[in-house]
Design a protein around this ligand. Sequence first.
Ligand code: ADP
Length: 587
Amino acid sequence: MRRKLFILLAIILFSALVLAAIFNLRQAQELNAQRIRDQLISSTELLARLPESELEPETLAAIIEHLNQKTDLSLRVTLIAASGEVLYDNVKNKDNLDNHLTRAEIQAALHGQGQMLTRHSASLGQEQIYYAVADKNGDKIVRLSLPLQIERDEILAFRQRVLLVTVLTGLALALSLHLISRRIMAPIDHLTEKTRSFAAGDLSQRIEMPEAPSEIQELLESFNKMAAQIEFAHSELQSQREWLASILNTLSEPLIVVNQELEVIFANHYAQELFARPIDASMHPYPQVLLTHAPELDDFLAETIQTGEIQRREISLKTMEGEKYFGLIASPQREDTAVVVFNDLSAAYENQKMRADFVANVSHELKTPLTSIRGFVETLQTRPELSPEERSSCLHFIEIESARLERLIQELLILGKIEAEEEREEASAFDFTALCDEVLVQLEELASERAVRLIPAYKDESCMIRAHRDRLKQLLLNLLDNGIKYNRRGGYVELSFEVKPEEARGEKRQRDLIITVRDNGRGISKEAQKRVFERFYRAENSEQSPAGSGLGLAIVKHIALLYNGTCQLESQPGEGTTFTIILRGIA
Ligand code: ADP
């Protein structure tokens, strides 16, 4: 920029300088030619008017010499008779000169006219300017001439002088131009640099250049004012943004803003965490599909922005907390953007799903024994030929299936009651050791049938607790029953418990009851371990024990939940299982 301006200015000034020089040279050339011609004419006239007596070669020679010395011209004088005969010439010997009558200037002089002529002189062998005037009587003609070269020499010398002056002026101009441009351009360069940094985001840029010219000073001041205003407006905007973002970040629901290109331009903290995209979208926008992994949301969002109307949609999305079911509300905003709030409906959805599954499972579980009972009844009715043993076998199966049905219904009722019961209303004080003894006695028959040993591994002393006795009995029955059922002949089931020493919890002093049921039965596979507490879940090979409904451990879990407790299990397939149930707040 600076260079260009400098070159442009230099070209303009030099052109002006050269034009002025040419013009001056022309002018001077003309003036010089005019001066020489005037001199020639006046000198010739002067000589022609000399008295007759003085118009002699000696006089002429003296005058011309004097003139030549004074004017620095090489004037040649020729005195010619009216007949054309040369009477005197100060340069050439008159005898060597031919008759001049025919010369144009002589003819003109004889006719009383002065005529300036330029032509080649045969005697001198060069271009000469001639002027001739006749004397008063018209007897003699005085002719003066000088070489054309003289005129040219003078012009040449003048031209050289002009050239020198032009070059010197040019150099002086270039130098001053350079200095001026430096003085003006330095602050402009500085301003350019600062503006660049400003545009790149450094809004603190200001310029202080007291040495800059006053006009530039005004420009710099305007820049500083503008920069201060922009910085102020920017910081206002920034703090408003931060304020808004901090509000949105406190939301416990994911929230994002998308633009017309369906890029996320803001995602609150929860959205970033839940969808594992810890990127500042306002600085680096990215396609929404990278966040939600749901390309089908593109149409939904595009429609919101295009129609300018609030849109709703329910969708299941993968998150860091697993698959979640969301109710999306997208509302259009200014500048073709949309705010999307993700309402987590997973719990309600799961609940609804669980209910549907539960109804399906219950129906299935009830249907199976009922179908087989109907089958046996039909057989008994339609096949009178059956032997008494066969009939009795049919009745036996009917009995087993009915018992299974009864147990299932009973367990369902228990589960329903436990689920409905959140308060421990019927809690009473009782001896937990006695309860354990009672349960072991009750299961003794089943255990001996299966050749499984029941081991009481707790101290034989009373342990008073305050809880719901029937629930705890149900819990023990289910765990021990499983220990026997899923055991092998010669195996054992060991029951132990401990009451954790008193712990201060708030104002009340409460205790935890830890029950452990350990067996050396078939064990539970890794996959099954995760699911055994689900309702109706039965591990793969449990068909061998048809009495199972898949509700036993679900009941255990729900009883533990009544006491804010937990159920843990450790199991090694083929080696055995240990259940540890912790019940809290047993007074
Ligand atoms: P079920 O009525 O079938 O016994 P549960 O809910 O009590 O239902 O148990 C669920 C599944 O967990 C059972 O089908 C069984 O495969 C497995 N299971 C429970 N307890 C034990 C145990 N002590 N040893 C091995 N497997 C067990």
